[in-house]
Design a binder for this molecule. Structure first.
Ligand SMILES: Nc1nc2c(c(=O)[nH]1)N[C@H]1C(S)=C(S)[C@@H](COP(=O)(O)OP(=O)(O)OC[C@H]3O[C@@H](n4cnc5c(=O)[nH]c(N)nc54)[C@H](O)[C@@H]3O)O[C@H]1N2
Ligand SMILES: Nc1nc2c(c(=O)[nH]1)N[C@H]1C(S)=C(S)[C@@H](COP(=O)(O)OP(=O)(O)OC[C@H]3O[C@@H](n4cnc5c(=O)[nH]c(N)nc54)[C@H](O)[C@@H]3O)O[C@H]1N2
Ligand code: SF4
Ligand SMILES: [Mo]
Length: 721
């Protein structure tokens, strides 16, 4: 038996970044175990991380660049693929202009230190404004609100969970997701600790989630009505005069506009649509005001709803005016070891000024909404997209009206996918290029550590656990080569600068090891600038704690609006809030079924179904969850089949009767629908249905302020199939 090596590393599937011990034998990852000595995760890890070696070693992994020739996929050399792609891009760019070339960056890019940087440098070099990403199905409402209130997309207050007395979790299920836009390993242990020390955790959710069952209290809310809940919350706060006037006077503008926004929404009125009794809400507000350090937090259940921007705006206003912003136990904006937001403010690094084509979307903070992609492929005229590069994304399953998008992809003259697998989107590609998985590259928890988004700050450096196999390459290598091949070079901005620095450091390429050497060198550079040199981090293989400052780092110090104040009442938000009357009336009178989004323990968006541990047992498909009451009313039975119909589409799916939903609410996990996946042998056999056949695309499929996709609280009808 060959020698086994154990390497401490960390998982890069979700934002928690859990410490893992990787046991390798030669170039094989034999097992992944939780790292008990990890400074932040302390032995916690979930099944996705622990079983990820099965995905990493899947026989379906891409090893070589592949080209579609008719109906077949043929191996092609990197050199030849780059030359052919480059020639096609040059001719399309000459004929139609730079905006005919688009990029779409998927979720896993957030976990590769230089993935997004290199992608943006490539698009910058091409000179295109057509930059799309999964952020528009995830959190662009949060970007817009932070940009308006605090002057930068990534100044996102995070709940100070380890010190709080009360946290309200709206539209999130940490037991399964580990939360988002904040790095919280062991989220559930931290939430339980709040209750153990006498504090309160309250879930606000149309579903009695795994989180709500395990910790704290739960309030059912009718899907899509969170904005009314928070309007009432703020109405009570202001009516009771429970405002931190010193904070408001010293650090904010716009306070005087707030009473007018919420005056008409006392809890006794909004309970008609939220389903939350006014007394329960008043009691919650009272507890929140009594706590020394409390915060409201929301996630995708709100972001994907009809009022993601207004809801997140009110949430931030409440945390601020009650004195909980920048306060221990409240909502913190931390100063990271390398001030990413500050350098980004100066250089544009990490923010997108992409502009959607047409439409009235002035506020959209970038990237462009992926829900507009199919329109952008098929609408002739200036900026019609002719070629697209998709890296670490699967828009066919992750974007609204997936079937239409799949058809529209076939209109492209060039589609290049950079991925671990030939996924459902790549099925429509002309070329697929093989990327390294996270086990094949060095990293730090780049975005979260450098944007100050950690609940319990730490830093960790991991080497590649195994060298990149076959002809797999890091994205930084791939985008630098693509830029060369397209004859454009990397952009002149910050992303281009960084990636060029990487090029200079790369030295003489040694086949097969180039990518590993290169990202490691660039990381060394960035870590030296951040004053945490790699050699120091290597001495702390289980991570090193960074100073944990509880508040006082933000107000008056790092608010990046022009006047350095928090802008509580951006005029377009105030104007949009006047439209709530009509929405309220519509909610009050339409009592039809609502479909909500949900996540499953063994699924990670669309990409973990291609290995047995993730689709074994009763996990072979996705099911429509329905309450017994609604099942009876619609004539559905547990295990039977249902047709689910929305304005956009229809799916047929197995029914699972449940007691965890609010009556009038059904749920269907997304990320399934693998029937057409020629490159995914296991997933194809456990196909499930694509929930995004039901969600809309185009201008009707987005929240108009931020461009966020509308993926929850959808009106649907169900009937037996
Ligand atoms: N196991 C697993 N973990 C994941 C992922 C995964 O796919 N699988 N994905 C990762 C990613 S990319 C992200 S962005 C994060 C997301 O992390 P979360 O935002 O925590 O995601 P969910 O677990 O889907 O929680 C959303 C919750 O919103 C509720 N909800 C739906 N509609 C509404 C509504 O109108 N109002 C309210 N108040 N609640 C509503 C749903 O019942 C659900 O419990 O998770 C990450 N972690
Ligand atoms: N209906 C509905 N739709 C949703 C959601 C929902 O809750 N409901 N959630 C939304 C959310 S929050 C998100 S973030 C989006 C996600 O949307 P996408 O990012 O478009 O889709 P994923 O399913 O995450 O696909 C990720 C792809 O990246 C590949 N990959 C994994 N690691 C790497 C790597 O290191 N390098 C490269 N190059 N490729 C890699 C995987 O093989 C996979 O093909 O989906 C959204 N769609
Ligand atoms: S919780 Fe997230 S980071 Fe931790 S092991 Fe699971 S997938 Fe990986
Ligand atoms: Mo996400």
């Amino acid at each position: 038996m060959a020698d086994q090596t154990i390497t401490p590393t960390f998982c890069r599937i979700c934002e928690a970044g859990c410490g893992l011990l990787a046991t390798t034998e030669g170039d094989r990852v034999e097992r992944l175990d939780p790292d008990k000595d990890h400074v932040a995760s302390q032995g916690f890890a979930c099944v996705k991380g622990l079983k990820c070696a099965n995905l990493h070693h899947s026989p379906d992994r891409l090893d070589h660049p592949m080209k579609r020739v008719g109906d077949r996929w043929e191996r092609i050399s990197w050199d030849k693929a780059l030359v052919e792609i480059g020639a096609k891009v040059r001719s399309l760019r000459d004929e139609h202009g730079a905006d005919a070339i688009a990029g779409y960056l998927g979720n896993p890019a957030a976990f590769g230190s230089f993935h997004a940087v290199a992608f943006n440098a490539f698009l910058e070099g091409l000179g295109t404004t057509q930059s799309y990403s999964s952020a528009s199905q995830d959190l662009t409402n949060k970007y817009l609100v932070a940009k308006r209130l605090y002057g930068h997309e990534l100044l996102q207050p995070i709940p100070d969970l380890d010190r709080t007395d009360l946290v309200v979790l709206i539209g999130t299920n940490p037991a399964i997701s580990q939360m988002s836009v904040v790095q919280v390993p062991r989220a559930m242990a931290r939430l339980k600790a709040i209750v153990d020390r006498g504090g309160r955790v309250v879930s606000v959710n149309p579903r009695r989630t795994e989180t709500a069952r395990a910790v704290g209290d739960h309030l059912f809310i009718r899907p899509g009505t969170d904005v009314f809940l928070l309007a009432s919350f703020l109405q009570v706060v202001l009516a009771e005069g429970a405002v931190d006037q010193a904070l408001v006077d010293a650090h904010t503008t716009g306070f005087d506009a707030l009473p007018g926004v919420v005056a008409e929404w006392p809890p006794e009125r909004t309970e008609a649509v939220t389903g939350i009794p006014a007394d329960d809400l008043r009691a919650l507000v009272a507890d929140y005001l009594a706590a020394d350090g409390a915060s409201l937090y929301c996630s995708t259940g709100v972001n994907m709803g009809p009022h993601g921007t207004l809801t997140y705006w009110l949430l931030n206003v409440i945390n601020a005016v009650t004195g909980n912003l920048d306060h221990a136990g409240g909502a913190l904006v931390r100063t990271p070891p390398f001030d990413f937001q500050k350098s980004s403010k100066a250089t544009g690094l990490g923010v997108s000024d992409a502009r959607p084509r047409g439409g009235d979307f002035d506020a959209i903070p970038g990237p462009c909404p992926a829900s507009l992609l199919a329109d952008d492929f098929t609408t002739p005229g200036d900026g019609q997209i002719k070629a697209m590069f998709v890296s670490a994304g699967n828009p066919v399953l992750s974007v609204g009206n997936g079937d239409r998008l799949a058809g529209a992809l076939d209109e492209l003259e060039l589609l290049v996918c950079i991925d671990l697998f030939r996924n459902e989107t790549a099925e429509h590609a002309h070329y697929v290029l093989p990327a390294c998985s996270w086990l094949e590259r060095p990293d730090v928890p780049f975005v979260h550590a450098f944007a100050g988004l950690q609940v319990d700050p730490w830093l960790q450096y991991t080497e590649a656990v195994v060298p990149p196999a076959a002809e797999r390459r890091e994205e930084s290598w791939i985008f630098a080569r693509l830029a060369d091949a397209c004859g454009v070079g990397l952009g002149a901005g910050a992303a281009g600068l960084l990636t060029r620095a990487l090029g200079r450091l790369r030295g003489v390429p040694v086949l097969g090891r180039v990518a590993e050497v290169s990202d490691a060198r660039l990381l060394a550079l960035v870590l030296a600038v951040a004053r945490h040199p790699v050699r120091t981090l290597r001495r702390h293989p289980h991570g090193v704690r960074l100073p944990d400052v509880a508040g006082g780092q933000f107000l008056g110090k790092r608010v990046f609006t022009e006047d350095g104040k928090v802008h509580l009442a951006p005029s377009d938000f105030v104007t949009a809030a006047t439209g709530l009357e009509a929405d309220f009336e519509a909610e009050r009178t339409d009592l039809g079924l609502r479909l909500i989004t949900r996540r499953e323990r063994h699924s990670h968006n669309s990409w973990t179904h291609n290995a047995e541990p993730f689709v074994g047992g009763d996990r072979t498909t996705n099911r429509l969850h329905v309450t017994a009451e609604d099942a009876d009313a619609a004539g559905l039975t547990d295990g039977g089949r249902a047709l689910v119909r929305s304005k956009t589409g229809e799916v047929e799916v197995e029914v699972a009767v449940t007691d965890d939903l609010m009556p009038g609410v059904v749920s269907l996990p997304h990320g399934w629908g693998h029937a057409g996946a020629g490159g995914l042998t296991v997933a194809r056999a456990h196909a499930g249905v694509n929930a995004n056949v039901l969600t809309a695309d185009g201008p009707d499929g987005i929240e108009p302020l931020s461009g966020m996709a509308r993926m929850t609280a959808l009106a649907v009808e169900v009937e037996p199939a």
